[in-house]
Structure formats: C-alpha cells, structure tokens
Design a protein around this ligand. Sequence first.
Ligand SMILES: *Cc1c(COP(=O)(O)O)cnc(C)c1O
Length: 361
Amino acid sequence: MTEPKPIDGAHGARLTIDLGAIVANWRILADRGGAPCAAVVKADAYGCGIGRVGPALWAAGCRTFFVAHLSEGVAARAVLPEAAIYVLNGLLPGTLEAYAAHGLRPVLGSVAEMADWASFSAGRRPAALHVDTGMNRLGLPVPEALELAGTPGIAACGIDLLLSHFVSAEKPEDPVNARQIADFARVRAAYPGLLASLANSSGVFLDGAGHDLLRPGYALFGGNPRPGFINPMRPVVRLEALIAQVRAVETGATAGYNGRWTAPAPSRLATLSLGYADGFPRAISGRGQALVGGVPCPILGLVSMDLIILDVTAAPAAERGATAVLIGDSLDIDTVGQAAGTIGYEILTGLGSRYVRTYVG
Ligand SMILES: *Cc1c(COP(=O)(O)O)cnc(C)c1O
C-alpha cells in the first residue's frame, strides 16, 4: 500500500481503501475458481464505494456486477456504462420502467416476477433466474424450476443466467453444500445454453461449485473466505482515527457513559475522534482493541456516538494528534467483526458516510 496523505483534521477518522488490493483479490478468486469472475458490489461495494470500486474492477476486466437493490443498480450504472448489472433482490412491483431505463437485469425469483418481466420485455431484455437450493429466501424451488424448463414462459423472460446461493459455503464440512451443488447441477442440465453461477466468496473454494461465473463479494474486499485457515486475500480497508486527548487517571476512576470501566491502577487514557455514528459498532465496547504505534490498546467502557476511549498505558506513542488503527494490520475485518460479536461483513457494510475515503493503489 502506498503511503496515504496525512489525515484531514476536518473529520477525526479516515478510511483508506486499496483499489489495487481489490483488483488483486478479484484475480486471485478468478484463478482459484478457474472461471470468469463477476463482482458482487451491493451495499455500496461493501462500504468501499461503488464510484471507485466499479471502474477499478472494470479496468481489470470484470464485466458482470451484482447489486442488491435497484437503486444500487442505478448508482452502478452511472460508473459502469457497459457492464452487465444484475439486481439480486428481484423485481418489485412498479419498477419495470426503471430497469429498462438503466439497462439493468433483474434476478427473477418467482413466477409472479417472471410474468411481470415477460409481459414487459417479451424476451428482448436479459434477466437472471434465481433457483432456491436451500436458503428459502429468494428464488424458484428446484421442482418448480425443473417443471418450467423449456416452456414458452421461460423463453419470454429472456433468461441468460441461472443462479443459486449457498447456505453454508464457509463451512466446507457441512453436507448441505454437496446437496446444493447436486440440485443446481440438475437444474442446470434442464436449462442448456445458459450460464450458471453458484459460488460466492467461500463457494469459490468448494470443489465442484465453480461453474461458468463466480460471484464473490466479501473476499474481494479482504474478508477471509475460509474461516479457520490463513486468509488468502489481501487486506483492502484501513480505518484510522486521531487521538483527540490523552489523560492520566488514578486507580478507581471510571471512563465513559455509565462508568462501565474502572481503572485497576493508575492509567493513561486516550480519546479517539470516532464512534458508533461513524459505523464503528457499539457492541465492541469493552472487547475490542486499537493499535497505537503498533501496541494493542483495549477499548474501554462504552463506545460513544462520536468518541472511543482507549487504555494507552502501554503505548508510549499515544499523544494528541497521533493515529490509532481500528481496522488494519493485525486487526483485520474478521477479527474486528468477531470482537463485536458479529461478522466482518457487517463491519464493512456499516462503514459510515462520515469518513473521508482515501483511495490508494
Ligand atoms: C451477497 C451475495 C453474494 C456474495 O456473497 P459473499 O459471501 O459476499 O461473497 C453472492 N450471491 C448472492 C445471491 C448474494 O446475495
């Protein structure tokens, strides 16, 4: 990563996003999966910003993108004029004209959605068909998909891509994976000539899940697609905050709202200009860490809306204006997610709109 510019003090925290690492991760996933690789860029490219992430992936050769909402599709289209953009959450009533106006492709997941799209587009506009192999969330059940194969109703939908989604791809030992791969293969055989896509980030690492188009999201942004193993992806996101104040407290002093932390000994505390309104989870209160001069410093008491208190007793580099790392180095997004009792996905997609985003690479 090239050295970023100094923090802009207008906001006390900065998010650095390594576009080169995103592109490198996209290539790693394409190589590992041995198939063309799309990019899932829902939730503003997992918090990293579709405006910069989309064009970087396009320049690297990515031609197919997936978003969750129509509004995200519109934002993606603005920076990806020629890409194939699929909208995963499907076709909501009243949205047909917008799909057409922006050249977006719905991922159809029910007979009702298919009927709407067919009567509107008469097979002239592409769409994907979502087959549900176990999530029970979106998509046609397998028997229904098999029954509809080859019917005029399908032809009228202009389907060019068949997809399904894993229940537990990050747990390779879960027998549901093999069941889903087998069911998807049956559906695929009934729809000859269509591209097929099954693998999310973790699915790329499952045997037999590759098919024609890989569909990773999280791993592009540095998340570990293989929990429990060394992360093969490059880190993408770095979150740093400025130390606003440092103070010395005596034994028995408390810190923050409701005095949830009590000093067991004379201590040095640092206050960081970043809080839960920036998307840093309050659930990490009393559990997480930040790095100051490379030294892990515990997050004390409750995370406030705009501020966090650290115990910097062991970190001589802690002083007013110094930088604390909240995501980066040993604090990768999976580690931070775990400390907050959640997953790295939620940490990434929660990254707030307050940050100045700096792009490198
Ligand atoms: C979010 C999503 C993906 C990407 O999943 P990751 O685990 O982030 O790689 C792929 N397909 C569908 C249908 C999704 O909803």
